[in-house]
Design a protein around this ligand. Structure first.
Ligand SMILES: [Mg+2]
Length: 243
């Protein structure tokens, strides 16, 4: 493998270092089961939740579990309105509670923290994560042990990862040439594509059950795939030469 000139490695948090998705998935499964038991058609519930309700709820409440109580409740309300069914207040309360139960610090993925420490010893490394609730997200990052490794000044939370917010992060950390930066994360949409869009490099860390929202096509073919965050770190360290 050729040597890599690396000025900065940006590492994602949710589902790259910590296991966030299973709790979201588990809560959504319960939501759809409950809606099914109430007589709503499964396929329609999916479309209403994923396409019609959750996107505006993300814009209103941001990423992270705080939106789920609103997103779950409004999915039910939208289905009731569509089917001409009267809302049941106890179902509203139940679904809000189901959404709220997802909050809390997610568990670390195996080997992730050791790999992050290895990476940070060898190369300039920062955390780049998105959340509509920065204080909540910083609390999770700290509780996971990431702040102890990187230091608070190397953690950046943006509202939503886009090409523009990626470029801002590079500027913030003093990287003039995007070609010397690497983004490592589990999301094609939020990690790989914004990096490729501004001329940076990207490693996609595979996850078992990707979130529907993350499933988009890559905007360019030249990114690296890794089976885990630790594998991604090996890739960078084996070929790394400081830029
Ligand atoms: Mg992620």
């Amino acid at each position: 493998m050729k040597d890599l000139d690396i000025a900065l490695v940006l590492v994602d948090f949710d589902d790259t270092l910590v296991d966030t998705a299973p709790r979201f998935l588990g809560a959504r499964r319960k939501l759809f089961e409950r809606l099914g038991a109430l007589g709503f058609e499964h396929a329609r519930s999916h479309v209403v939740h994923h396409q019609e309700i959750d996107p505006p709820m993300r814009r209103l409440h941001g990423f992270g579990p705080s939106r789920l109580e609103h997103s779950f409740r409004e999915t039910y309300r939208a289905l009731c309105a569509e089917m001409g069914v009267e809302e049941q207040p106890e179902v509203v309360t139940e679904l809000e509670a189901l959404g709220r139960a997802v909050a809390g610090t997610p568990p670390l993925l195996g080997g992730a923290l050791d790999a992050l420490a290895r990476l940070a010893r060898a190369l300039p490394t920062v955390l780049f994560t998105q959340s509509g609730d920065p204080d909540y997200q910083l609390g999770c990052v700290r509780a996971a042990g990431v702040t102890d490794i990187l230091g608070a000044e190397r953690i950046r939370v943006c509202g939503e990862k886009t090409a523009a917010s990626f470029r801002e992060a590079l500027e913030h950390f003093g990287v003039a040439d995007p070609a010397l930066a690497w983004m490592v994360g589990n999301s094609m949409r939020a990690d790989v594509n914004p990096a490729l869009a501004v001329g940076a490099n990207a490693i996609l860390v595979d996850v078992q059950e990707p979130w529907e929202w993350d499933n988009v096509e890559p905007i360019a073919p030249d990114f690296v795939r890794a089976g885990s965050f630790s594998d991604a770190v090996d890739y960078l360290l084996n070929g790394a030469r400081r830029g």
